[in-house]
Design a protein around this ligand. Structure first.
Ligand SMILES: [Zn+2]
Length: 268
């Protein structure tokens, strides 16, 4: 992609991480145009179905062009994978407070600073956790009931997202309960909870790794994806609670193209 395009994509990614891109228009701020400088044009509204759905994202806003023109988009069906011992993601997570943000597409838990993900030489900081129902990725053609995305950003602005598949089991998952409860936070509402971040991950951190994109507009590429091989179990009641907040907030599968998906075989 062109340099300008890359910069725009990166800016979009940063804004998205910070939760600045959304559908909410700043209502109630009627100010005479001559009194203040014009605010930046708000990003175009988008949805998961209908005329502003995924097939149309690329046409809704010039900033969303990668949603239709991109060649390394997410999600994908993870099938053609090579096995290799690549850099393990090392989680420097600890329990702490998080604030909930309902952005009209999902509900984010935004932690206090200090949770890190290190891959090779690169240190990323955990920015937010959010969910999709059903899962966005498929593994060998199979989608899960839900998928959790732990979104990280490096100091240089590179995004790394860890995906965790959610499947239904008999018992409620107590580690996940504070997040599940927080997803009832209404749009514009405020809530916070203590989240035991390391307890949210599967026991083994074996990941499928590939380079992809944001799964929401502006669909910025250059995102380092790590999808956990092992799913985490929530009770059906907990999964229903996620779906009660947002259901169908999953982008359709995208072409894998000539990308490699590597299964990191090293266990720890
Ligand atoms: Zn996501």
């Amino acid at each position: 992609m062109s340099t300008t395009h890359a910069l725009l994509a990166k800016l979009g990614a940063s804004l998205l991480v910070l939760g600045l891109i959304g559908c909410s228009s700043p209502a109630g701020q009627a100010v005479a145009p001559t009194e203040v400088p014009a605010a930046p044009k708000a990003a175009a509204h988008w949805t998961y179905e209908g005329e502003e759905g995924p097939e149309h994202w690329g046409n809704l806003d010039p900033a969303y062009l990668l949603c239709v023109d991109g060649t390394a988009q997410t999600p994908i069906d993870i099938t053609a994978k090579s096995t290799n011992d690549v850099a393990d993601p090392v989680f420097g997570y600890s329990a702490g407070a998080a604030d909930f943000v309902n952005n009209g597409h999902t509900v984010q838990a935004v932690p206090a600073a200090g949770n890190t993900l290190t891959v090779g030489e690169t240190v990323y900081t955990l920015k937010q956790l959010h969910f999709h129902t059903p899962s966005e990725h498929a593994i060998d053609g199979v989608k899960a009931a839900a998928e959790m995305h732990f979104v990280h950003q490096s100091e240089a602005g590179v995004l790394a997202v860890v995906g965790v598949m959610i499947v239904a089991g008999d018992a409620p998952n107590t580690a996940w309960e504070p997040y599940v409860a927080g997803t009832s936070t209404p749009k514009g509402g405020a809530a916070s909870a203590t989240i035991d971040w390391p307890a949210l991950l599967p026991a083994e951190h074996i990941t499928y790794q590939y380079e992809g994109s944001l799964t929401t507009p502006p669909c910025s590429e250059g995102v380092q994806w790590m999808v956990m091989r092992d799913a985490v179990t929530l009770s059906q009641t907990q999964i229903d609670a996620l779906a009660a907040a947002y259901e169908g907030n999953a982008r359709p599968l995208q072409p894998i193209g000539d990308r490699d998906v590597v299964l990191d075989t090293q266990t720890k």
